[in-house]
Design a protein around this ligand. Sequence first.
Ligand code: NAD
Length: 496
Amino acid sequence: MVDGLLKGLGVSEAAFTNGGYPVHTPIDGSQVASVTLEDKAAVAGKIDLAHQAFLSWRDVPAPRRGELVRVFGEVLRKNKEQLGELVSVETGKIFQEGLGEVQEMIDICDFAVGLSRQLYGLTIASERPGHHMRETWQPLGIVGVISAFNFPAAVWAWNTSLALVCGNAVLWKPSEKTPLTALACQALFEQALKIFGQAPEGLSQLIIGDREAGEVLVDDPRIPLISATGSTRMGKEVGPRVAARFGRCILELGGNNAMILAPSADLDLAVRGILFSAVGTAGQRCTTLRRLIVHRSIKDEVVARVKAAYAKVRIGDPRKDNLIGPLIDKQAFQSMQGALSQARDEGGQVFGGERKLQDQYPNAYYVSPAIVEMPGQSAVVRHETFAPILYVLAYDDFEEALRLNNEVPQGLSSCIFTLDVREAERFQSASGSDCGIANVNIGTSGAEIGGAFGGEKETGGGRESGSDSWKAYMRRQTNTINYSRELPLAQGIVFD
Ligand code: NAD
């Protein structure tokens, strides 16, 4: 299923055959490849090489560094279809979303190329005569990227394109569930390196490994920045370990995203927004819509319309004309069923959520998306279950809706559907949504690369991608220059 794709993308056959670690596709559960997991010694060797690469790359002018990323973007454009299909086969997301993931990589490359000529600092007025001050941004070192299974390529590209133009080297440990997409990304990057020429060896390396390999990156003081995407559980382990050695983290962790649906809303728009946000990627996006906070006066109508839309959603092979592919594995299915049973115990009424296509695919886990009407925001609603479950909560007044939006441990994405400008502005005000993303008349998922991406509270506080996220990948330096013949001290101190 993947041999032709991998070879076409430039991956050597030896890299995905004869290894001791089996790789399965969630489409039918079959084994499609095997890879070798790298041990701690191999990871340490890669860190040495990355450090050497950084020492020369940091002196390459930033616009020239941008040229490498520009070439990489071109390579991605040429290979978009094949890489998109591989993403689909390895994660189970539908082909359209696989293509979207590669487009996101291309977009961030374009953004980073422009950025390579805009790593602007400041000039600052000095209090001393004959002096000036400025703030400059310097390369940081090695950036360690740890990524999750559900965006097996884009998250690496978000980090790597910015890290490279900022003058850093990169070490990437992808999810052990998606090593094939990672091998393909690395092969494409190496094609770009050949075209570019003259980049130091080991500038951006891949580590195929499990969490132990990730832990080597987490603990190594030569890696000043760890950008880790995954569950809150992972972030709770990684964050304190990196902090203990005074390293920095960009943490992109779990979400529990809500939509407030107000009585004035355009319901046609809202139902479409709910559908894409709640069932896209089979509910396995960090920004998936998990909580619908709907005004009591329209709740029955909305639930009926969402149920009708759910009933029409085509479930099946993600490479064909379907809208929902499989869950990533059996464990994901079991955790979904566990959450539905807990929801029933907590007073929920469950619609959907059953296993589908079991006869055709006994070793794969297709499900119908679930809608669960809940009496309140109970424990199960406050927890992120990485599956297509949409909890529905009713509200009576707007303040209550805002409170429900914010009263969960996570703080990634949120949205409101309303035509009332007061509600829309309040939602995006200081006392509105407490999330990193707050949209109006747009669902919770499907962010553009131009904005900073990330969230608050247990989502980890990190920001990636657009806006000024690049600053996290650089070292800030304050410079004061004396062009006078005196040596005045700051604060007027006399020291004669
Ligand atoms: P996961 O936490 O199981 O694994 C993520 C990565 O962390 C993997 O590469 C894994 O090997 C590594 N890892 C795990 N424990 C580690 C440790 N102690 N030290 C070092 N590395 C460790 O997550 P997953 O199941 O692959 O992905 C789903 C989760 O990711 C969901 O919670 C989802 O919300 C979250 N996610 C968040 C974002 C975001 O931007 N906020 C984006 C995508 C996914």
